[in-house]
Design a protein around this ligand. Structure first.
Ligand SMILES: [Zn+2]
Length: 415
């Protein structure tokens, strides 16, 4: 497969220079007006390469169709990516640097004084001899996820220019506001009309993810009783001291800093209080559904246990589920993952399958009826000035998309 590297690169360099930072403080969709600039450009580009039914809705979601080129009954598949960049670091005036034939040494990031060094980022050494695209140290790059967008468009263009490659109907979807957790919120799964899809939003070449956390948020409110401290004997109830007891009763080994892989945790991420009332805010995470439920019960049982030793039930726990492990939705359709795995092997890539310690748009979409594993887009060090992407990884991602289309059309994936 001969992917046009220069075209892919030009497209990427153009898109990262359009500022699309999203904003969690905004209630509108897209959260920032400037995301329209790229959304409109993407719709135009999809038209230009020959995609059909290109739409852009009132919330800037862009969709398009590549019609099937054979008569057989083939499942409709989709590829999804987001065009916003994180509010964690500025994405305005991105000035990308090109490092050709990377020799494994330290890279100066423009005049910023910052360096990209294998001493800090060992992964760089995987890419010796390749072309790296970096920042100039003053902005993020936006490979998360403009790399994914370029890969999807380039793959569609390749399929259009190579009609000898058989494929079914392919849907493309580009969303705003993924970085503030809302990319899937207004995604019209029905209009998209795919049997399954892939988000091109992973990092290192080879990444393939179809497991993420089950997630809930818990607010623990503790009521105290305030009395003049000089005359408080037998009367005052200090809610902060009850809170201290509550916090210490949860195992320290089950915190984010002490867990990895498929180990779940309780994470106390905020607390505020006085004598009268204390509020503890937790997130609860576990890949295993049963263990996740046990964690939630455990938090409630702990409150009851402490309450039983108090003059009245002073601890109140409110738990809200946030998202679930997509594995539950993907596993009954395991060929969705197997196709991606095979596509990578065919492209000479070793698949790196691992559970995500977080959520993805794909997990939300999976529960909205669109099973949606996540595939690498190629970038590293997202959300900051050290972000970089090897051009060769982007080329490989294009190949993977094309191969997925081809394998799906062949029907040769049912084991
Ligand atoms: Zn992303």
């Amino acid at each position: 497969m001969q992917i046009e590297q220069q075209k892919l690169l030009d497209r990427f360099l153009k898109y990262v220079q359009i500022d699309t930072e999203s904003d969690p403080a905004s209630d509108s969709t897209p959260s920032t007006e400037k995301q329209w600039d790229l959304a409109r450009e993407l719709a135009l580009e999809l038209e230009r390469i020959g995609m059909k039914d290109v739409t852009i809705d009132q919330r800037a979601y862009v969709m398009a169709t590549l019609p099937s080129n054979c008569d057989r009954d083939i499942p409709t598949i989709g590829f999804i990516s987001h065009f916003d960049t994180t509010p964690d670091f500025t994405g305005a005036n991105v000035n990308p640097q090109l490092v050709e034939n990377y020799d494994g040494s330290t890279i100066q990031l423009g005049q910023s004084g910052k360096v990209l060094s294998p001493e800090d980022f060992e992964d760089l050494l995987i890419y010796k001899g390749q072309t790296l695209i970096t920042t100039d140290g003053t902005t993020l790059l936006g490979a998360d996820d403009k790399a994914g967008i370029c890969e999807i468009i380039s793959a569609m263009e390749y399929l259009i220019q190579h009609p000898e490659i058989e494929h079914g109907t392919i849907k493309v979807g580009f969303t705003p506001d993924e970085e503030i957790g809302r990319g899937a919120h207004h995604f019209d799964v029905e209009a998209f009309g795919a049997d399954w899809a892939y988000t091109m939003d992973g990092s290192q070449i080879g990444e393939l993810e179809y497991e993420n956390f089950n997630a809930a948020g818990a607010v623990v409110t503790i009521a105290g009783k305030i009395v003049h401290p000089g005359y408080a004997k037998g009367k005052m109830v200090n809610s902060m001291l009850i809170a201290q007891n509550f916090i210490a009763s949860l195992p320290e080994s089950e915190t984010p800093q002490n867990t990895e892989g498929r180990e779940g945790f309780f994470h106390l991420y905020a607390m505020s209080g006085g004598v009268d009332e204390t509020k503890l805010e937790y997130i609860i995470r576990d890949h295993d559904k049963q263990k996740f439920e046990i964690r939630k019960s455990r938090l409630k049982a702990l409150a009851e246990e402490i309450n039983s030793r108090l003059d009245l039930p002073r601890i109140h726990v409110e738990i809200k589920d946030q998202y679930y492990n997509m594995r539950e939705k993907v596993e009954p359709l395991m060929h969705v993952v197997e196709i991606a795995e095979k596509a990578m092997l065919d492209a000479g890539i070793q698949p790196l399958i691992k559970p995500i310690r977080g959520g993805t748009d794909g997990s939300q979409l999976s529960y909205m009826g669109l099973p949606c594993p996540n595939i690498f887009a190629g970038g590293h060090n997202f959300h900051g000035p050290y972000e970089y992407v090897p051009l060769e990884s982007m080329v490989k991602a294009v190949e993977v998309i094309v191969r997925i289309a081809e394998i799906t059309a062949s029907g040769k994936y049912r084991s």
